[in-house]
Design a protein around this ligand. Structure first.
Ligand SMILES: [Mg+2]
Length: 262
């Protein structure tokens, strides 16, 4: 029997990875995904982490974790070629070019934006290779207020958006996010959104938690309220369990609904 789910897209932190748990990703989920991969399904870890940060976390897990694709920094794509992860072009090149051109337009306003934040909050503001304005707020209340201010600014700059995950945020190009990256992987595999599962727990997952990109939507119990609402409003599954146990429960539920036994 052909699998109804042929591409599994999971966020990492909080969705499948819980640092305080041992193991940090449950064997239940890793085993389930491995069985689906053995039947032809592909797995993408769709995360805001960069390559070094993600690989360091995967090494620490101490169990085999073998995604077929990575979406990093919510936008750059890599595929495993059997030996190692290699960047997918022209997507990554076009993504890099689009961000470079966008951030040139934003540069003149950065001192004003940074000044506004620093005058009111004890937030850390910095640039990194992916964004000229990155932020770590002291708490989620501060992050909400800064988010509101920066979203107001983004409204006046075409293609600019703020990607938020907990107390972290960064400027990014609105055309490149977890959803559009998932759409491109789906297209490259010759699949449709009807065959895609997506699971996430925070605001930066909302772009991929859409029926436009994935028919099968899920969030673990620990997801933020707006994510749970988005999933439920599209007939997805909000699990009773946190993180990887929750994702495993949702995957199994969907497979059973479609008559698949593993
Ligand atoms: Mg997360």
């Amino acid at each position: 029997m052909s699998l109804p789910i042929k591409l599994i897209s999971t966020d990492f932190d909080g969705t499948i990875f819980a640092e305080s748990d041992t193991p940090a990703i449950s064997m239940e989920l890793l085993g389930l995904i491995a069985r689906l991969q053995a039947r032809g399904a592909k797995w993408v870890i769709n995360t805001g982490r960069d390559m070094v940060s993600l690989q360091a976390a995967l090494v620490r897990i101490g169990q085999p974790v073998r995604p077929d694709f990575l979406v990093l920094v919510e936008r750059e794509m890599h595929a495993h070629d059997g030996m190692r992860f290699v960047g997918i072009n022209p997507w990554n090149e076009e993504c890099h070019r689009a961000h470079r051109d966008l951030f040139v337009r934003v540069m003149p306003d950065l001192p004003r934006l940074t000044g506004w934040i620093k005058a009111r909050f004890s937030a850390t503001v910095y640039e990194d290779p992916y964004s000229p304005l990155c932020l770590i707020a002291a708490n989620n209340g501060d992050a909400d207020l800064i988010h509101e201010y920066l979203e107001g600014y983004c409204g006046g700059v075409s293609d600019l958006t703020l990607v938020r995950n907990d107390v972290y945020a960064r400027f990014s190009h609105a055309g490149y996010n977890k959803g559009t990256a998932l759409e491109e992987i789906t297209r490259r595999l010759g699949l449709t959104a009807a065959e895609v599962f997506a699971a996430g727990d925070h605001l930066n997952d909302l772009p991929m938690l859409s029926r436009r990109y994935a028919h099968w939507l899920a969030s673990p119990h620990n997801a933020v309220q707006s994510v749970k609402q988005a999933v439920l409003s599209q007939h997805g599954c909000v699990s009773r369990f946190p993180a990887s146990r929750g994702v495993a429960e949702a995957l199994l539920l969907f497979l059973r609904q479609t008559g698949v036994e593993l």
